[in-house]
Design a protein around this ligand. Structure first.
Ligand code: EPU
Length: 448
């Protein structure tokens, strides 16, 4: 038996849920993360980057499209994976998770419903809508409600599926969708949407005829899903950036697929290196997916070397201010905005951070201000005035990436920083405190 953060993990488990039950019980307690800062902490060492949360979720859901087995490797052991596996099990899937390898099969459907409880816990549960409809002709999925980072409607998913022949209604808070067999259609997304593109590509893979999707999201996680679907027998072409042409087939089969590295986890550690004047080697990354982030970090003064799947960052004593504007890939990711803002609190001068993807993704600002940061928010812009010394305080984590930013701030704040409601961070970062500890941070998880 190996122990990770007090959770007993069997070396290999017959079935994955026992691991996740342990993690779930662990998370259900009120937990906090405490960071004790020692003067001039410089993070040093090597950190292994996990598989991408936002790539593994659609890959797991793709198993709804076949009765055969999908084998996924480099699966991150994060809470969102637990949530999607719980949902998949309710729908009828069998799975076996050993270490970071997952086998999953859906030999027959038990239910076509994604409950409010699960959709509320994780909005990406909406990904089952397209595949259930395409394979089984029916889906009932709770309509996701409000969200900490913005309004996040799913109208574009619904509009696309309706164009493919689905009859969709809203009853008692649930989306009810039906179709005898979806048919191909031309859909132009009004706005780039990551899970919207993924939902429609999966639906189109089994639809009758040709679907052309325009203005698609081009995130690496979308490409990775298309590659998996191609291995399963889907006929997908990508004739131009943002355009996907899918020739529907009757049946898809099993496949093996490695989950791409998590570019946001990697970006978070890169910022940690730049922030602490550290020297960190990231192993198991895909540097090509991080170009917009590394470009900004270099301008901010960090030295970054790249050697195949390894990236080394060395932070500089002086951090230069930078304006950033979030935008769809290959632009600067919204999922790195909060972390970069922390770096800018330590830059010599003023930076303007513009958030164009989500309308309320500044919940970390008030928490950073409790540490002493000088930030003013006006509409979609945050003006950060550096450099301000941060002093440790008790903080509240409000969403996944905001939580990551608070850990980064705690690394450079004097004294002790305690972050409450840390279960947000466990949704998408595997073993975050162990990884930071291995780089020299004094960080631990504590219970109430
Ligand atoms: N939008 C609509 N209508 C829709 C769908 C989206 O107006 O039907 C809008 C959204 O409100 C937003 C924009 O389009 O303004 C982009 O949203 P998108 O649909 O791309 O977001 P998502 O698919 O719900 C994924 C990631 C997020 C990431 C965003 C943007 C997954 C599971 N989630 O969300 O990841 O921030 O793309 O890149 O892939 C995270 O990991 O912390 C996270 C929030």
């Amino acid at each position: 038996m190996e122990s990770r953060e007090g959770i007993e993990l069997p070396e290999s488990s017959g079935r994955g849920h026992c691991i996740f039950r342990a993690i779930h019980l662990e998370f259900s307690r009120m937990e906090k993360i405490r960071i004790a800062n020692t003067d001039s902490l410089r993070l040093r060492g090597t950190v292994q980057i996990s598989g991408a949360k936002n790539a593994v979720l659609p890959a797991i859901v793709a198993s709804l499209l076949t009765e055969d087995t999908l084998r996924l490797t480099n699966v991150p052991l994060v809470k969102d994976v637990h949530t999607i596996l719980t949902l998949m099990k309710e729908l009828g899937a069998n799975y076996d998770l050993r270490g970071n390898s997952l086998s999953i099969a859906m030999p027959r459907i038990l239910s076509d419903e994604a409950s409010y409880e699960l959709v509320r816990a994780m909005r990406a549960s909406i990904l089952v809508l397209g595949p259930l409809l395409a394979k089984y002709g029916k889906a009932t999925v709770a309509l996701p409600g409000g969200c900490a980072i913005g309004s996040r409607p799913i109208d574009l998913h619904i509009h696309g599926l309706e164009k493919m022949g689905a009859a969709i209604s809203l009853e008692h808070g649930y989306i009810k969708a039906e179709a005898t067999r979806l048919h191909g259609a031309e859909v132009e997304f009004e706005k780039k949407t990551v899970t919207g593109t993924e939902n429609l590509v999966m639906a189109a893979a089994l639809a009758e005829g040709r679907t052309i999707l325009r203005n698609c999201a081009c995130e690496p996680e979308v490409n990775s899903l298309c590659e998996l679907l191609q291995k399963m027998g889907a006929r997908i072409e990508n004739p131009a950036s943002g355009v996907l042409v899918i020739e529907g087939v009757r049946k898809l089969g099993g496949a093996s697929h490695e989950i791409i590295p998590d570019r946001i986890e990697a970006g978070t550690f890169l910022v940690a290196g730049a922030l602490t004047q550290g020297d960190i080697l990231l192993a198991g990354t895909e540097p090509a997916h991080l170009e917009s982030v590394t470009e900004k970090l270099r301008i901010a003064g960090a030295a970054i070397e790249i050697d195949r799947d390894r990236m080394r960052i060395q932070g500089s004593a002086e951090i230069h201010p930078q304006d950033i504007t979030t935008s769809p890939y290959p632009g600067f990711p919204t999922d790195m905005q909060a972390q970069f803002m922390v770096l800018m609190t330590q830059a010599e001068g003023m930076s303007i951070i513009t958030e164009t993807i989500f309308d309320r993704r500044f919940s970390h600002v008030n928490e950073l201000m409790r540490l002493g940061a000088r930030i003013e928010v006006s509409g979609d812009k945050a003006v950060v005035r550096g450099r301000t010394p941060l002093s440790g305080a008790e903080l509240m984590a409000t969403d996944l990436r905001a939580s990551a930013s608070l850990i980064l701030a705690g690394l450079v704040a004097s004294g002790q920083t305690v972050i409450r409601d840390v279960d947000h961070i466990d949704r998408g970062y595997e073993n975050i405190e162990a990884k930071f500890r291995s780089l020299g941070a004094k960080i631990e998880r504590i219970s109430d």
